[in-house]
Design a protein around this ligand. Structure first.
Ligand code: DC
Length: 226
């Protein structure tokens, strides 16, 4: 069977990763969380005592940082398990700066394209349908209102024991929208051939079913029982 790429883009906390992971499981595809890669790089910059808001300082780590997304969902950065720490507010509030630096993006995109070369993938991010995999068979632009997104991220943080207030999460979501959409290189935007999916009033299962329906329509794939 020919490899199939499913690109799921959209703003911060729109539920992309939860939906993408489930869709990948049902289809037997590999899930690739590209946001985790930018987060891991941000963590490496902070850990090295460098300033994530300084492009030159951040770029200096490109040759030495290694990022690995393992099949079990764990994220490793320079052989350290960073799965949990990359969700901390210190990383969340700085990751948009790192993701706006062209040289860092080029390095990440290179890795992402290689990962999608030899297998079927569900890849989520901001620029997958527009830049990383412009020939993806399925492109979805998943959105939800700022309030819905902030509430989801807030609950997620609570479940993970990460201390934040709802007000802080709302501000963080708005700030990231601004930076992600406004950056010069590969900004967040809907690809012309992407299907927009508003999940403001859908729960996870309904969102997953909506994505699977689009996949079936676009590819003719028979969706396995689940
Ligand atoms: O999806 P997330 O919140 O984990 O993403 C973290 C940040 O990385 C987010 O601010 C936008 C950026 N990002 C990006 O610019 N391009 C991607 N393909 C994925 C994420």
């Amino acid at each position: 069977m020919k490899n199939i790429s499913i690109a799921i883009d959209g703003p911060a906390a729109a539920g992309k990763s939860t939906v993408a992971k489930k869709v990948a499981d049902i289809l037997g595809f590999t899930y690739i969380d590209t946001g985790a890669m930018y987060r891991a790089f941000t963590y490496a910059v902070i850990k090295a005592g460098l300033d994530p808001q300084n492009e030159e300082e951040s770029n200096s780590l490109i040759p030495s940082v290694t990022i690995e997304l393992r099949e079990d969902g764990k994220v490793f950065c320079c052989d350290e398990d960073v799965t949990r720490v990359i969700r901390e507010p210190s990383v969340s509030s700085n990751v948009s700066y790192i993701a706006s630096y062209k040289q860092i993006r080029l390095a990440m995109v290179d890795m992402q394209r290689k990962m999608a070369e030899s297998r079927s993938v569900v890849m989520d991010g901001r620029d997958i349908g527009t830049y990383v995999l412009p020939k993806a068979e399925v492109k979805i632009f998943q959105i939800a209102s700022v309030e819905t997104r902030a509430e989801r991220r807030y609950k997620e943080n609570q479940e993970k024991g990460i201390p934040t207030s709802l007000e802080d999460v709302i501000e963080d979501v708005k700030k990231r929208d601004r930076i992600d959409s406004g950056r010069a290189f590969a900004p967040l935007c809907k690809a012309d051939d992407a299907v927009e999916l508003d999940t403001s009033h859908l729960n996870i299962e309904e969102s997953v079913e909506a994505v699977l329906k689009i996949v079936a329509e676009k590819t003719g794939l028979e969706i396995p029982c689940h």
